[in-house]
Write a protein that binds this ligand. Structure first.
Ligand SMILES: Cc1cc2nc3c(=O)[nH]c(=O)nc-3n(C[C@H](O)[C@H](O)[C@H](O)COP(=O)(O)OP(=O)(O)OC[C@H]3O[C@@H](n4cnc5c(N)ncnc54)[C@H](O)[C@@H]3O)c2cc1C
Length: 459
């Protein structure tokens, strides 16, 4: 099986003349600018859906791969949700936000009142709430799952213009929770909130000889855990977070609630980081030594423990244009999958400029979540673009090869990232696949919220 031509597209570096809309990475045209409407209220969102007979595709921060967002025909409409934002209502342990609210705004609003979501954040927070739900966006930690699993109810404008509220008791809720943008236009989301806990996150390094067992143990023993594996040197940089003790929590509060750093050093990953940086320099040809891609790897030399809330500790990524592939395997197979990857690495010596990102989550109730029904370990792979918008041939070979290896192990890919559709047998991967399709037929029988990708996917 071969990767589709568009699986790892080149990035455009041409000046944008404003006639077309691109995704965030700049590697896919989504449609003509004249096809975009930007409703500011739910009523305007309804009008955006009902005032056309063409198809409608919703867009948030456009951080997904182009295929999730692209219009498929002239006359179709791109609905930009960026004006549908802000807190709509709040209670003691819940909060309702407009669907287009950026996650950063959700986190800031909640943290200001001592609250947080019960799901830990991803590495960045510029995604919209509805965009994050639609693709199964997740962070790390076995005691929680994706952002969609923090949802109590979803308010949606359906294809016929009616507005429906799906709460946890609704039979279609596990479909709407992670809807791929094909079930309707999400206008508002009510989320469960919990007290905003302060964590101390310890940074450490370990040999990767027993990585499968280590991953399971780190994730069982800690509230939140995230690791980066340099398979060439077989070394792992790990962050393990526990609720802060009283003294650390008081120090955090005394510092005005800002992140507290406890300086620490180790040179145990320096060789691995320097090797990755050298490959990255060759691939990206970025001359500024402080360029964003370099900083994302250089930070693995930093072993300063930190104390802060979950957003301060984990949501500190540096967003830089990239192809990111992420696939999920059941946690109880992680030992085996690590062994398969180790064998693959030794056999192929792949061209990598970033370590493998390892995050585990608890089971998700969403039917199409890669973590549906099981504790899950996500393996993430990143290749950054060169300044001229190209990807190194070695980097693309590496992504193609590793995805093939993991797809053969039954891995489920992240919906918002890059994957080769030809590698996956969706109904075999997802036991509730047909139930999802059934909900779709009920809510959008004419497939008005579809595009070419979802047509291929769902029929
Ligand atoms: C640099 C970078 C870092 C990332 N880090 C992480 C991470 O740490 N963890 C993780 O899990 N993922 C991560 N992702 C993936 C990212 O979270 C997803 O691509 C997410 O969908 C992006 O949200 P968005 O607002 O940009 O959505 P978009 O890409 O704009 O849209 C995604 C999907 O949501 C649908 N949609 C958008 N708005 C609505 C609406 N109002 N109603 C119905 N459907 C809607 C769209 O039609 C589309 O199908 C990362 C991506 C990048 C580029």
């Amino acid at each position: 099986m071969s990767v589709t031509a568009s699986a790892h597209p080149r990035r455009s570096t041409e000046l944008d003349d404003g006639t077309e809309v691109w995704n965030w990475a700049g590697n896919a045209v989504l449609g003509r600018s004249s096809a975009v409407v930007s409703p500011g209220t739910e009523e305007e969102l309804r009008a955006a859906v009902t005032s056309t007979t063409g198809r409608v595709r919703l867009v948030g921060s456009r951080m997904s791969a182009g295929r999730m967002l692209q219009l498929s025909a002239e006359g179709d409409r791109l609905v930009d949700t960026s004006r549908l934002r802000g807190l709509l209502a709040s209670g003691p342990d819940s909060a309702t936000f407009a669907g287009g609210t950026a996650l950063q705004e959700v986190y800031d609003v909640l943290a200001a009142t001592g609250r947080a979501l019960p799901s830990s954040p991803g590495v960045i927070a510029s995604q919209t709430l509805a965009g994050a739900l639609a693709t199964g966006t997740h962070g790390q930690g076995l005691r929680q799952s994706s952002v969609a699993d923090a949802v109590l109810s979803v308010r949606t404008v359906l294809a016929d213009g009616s507005v429906a509220e799906f709460d946890r008791g609704h039979p279609a809720f596990p479909a709407v929770q992670l809807g791929l943008g094909v079930l309707g236009a999400v206008s508002a989301v009510t989320l469960r909130t919990v007290a905003n806990t302060v964590y101390t996150c310890r940074k450490d390094v370990a040999g990767a000889g027993d990585l499968g067992a280590l991953l399971t143990r780190w994730n069982r023993d800690n509230a939140l855990s995230k690791a980066w594996w340099f398979p060439g040197e077989d070394v792992v940089h790990v962050w393990n977070a526990q609720e802060a003790d009283t003294a650390a929590a008081l120090a955090h509060r005394a510092g005005g609630g800002r992140l507290v750093e406890h300086p620490g050093t180790s040179d145990a990953v320096n060789r691995a980081v320097d090797a990755a940086l050298s490959t990255m320099r060759g691939d990206t040809r970025i001359s500024d030594a402080q360029g964003k891609p370099y900083r994302t790897v250089n930070r693995f030399k930093d072993f300063s423990d930190v104390t802060g809330d979950v957003y301060q500790v984990f949501c500190r990524g540096i967003a830089t244009p990239q192809i990111n592939v992420e696939v999920a395997v059941p946690l109880d197979r992680v030992d085996h999958v690590v062994a398969v990857l180790r064998e693959w690495h030794a056999r192929t010596n792949p061209h990598m400029h970033y370590p493998i990102i390892l995050r585990c989550t608890g089971p998700s109730t969403a039917w199409l979540s890669p973590a549906h029904g099981r504790e899950t370990c996500y393996f993430g792979f990143v290749v950054y673009y060169a300044e001229d918008g190209t990807l190194s041939a070695g980097g693309m070979d590496f992504l193609r090869s590793v995805e093939e290896v993991l797809a053969a192990e039954g891995a489920r890919p992240h919906w918002g990232k890059y994957f080769d559709e030809a590698l996956y047998d969706w109904p075999a991967l997802y036991p509730r696949w047909d139930d999802f399709r059934g909900v779709r037929e009920e809510l959008d029988p004419q497939h008005r919220f579809a595009n070419a990708f979802t047509d291929r996917l769902l029929g």
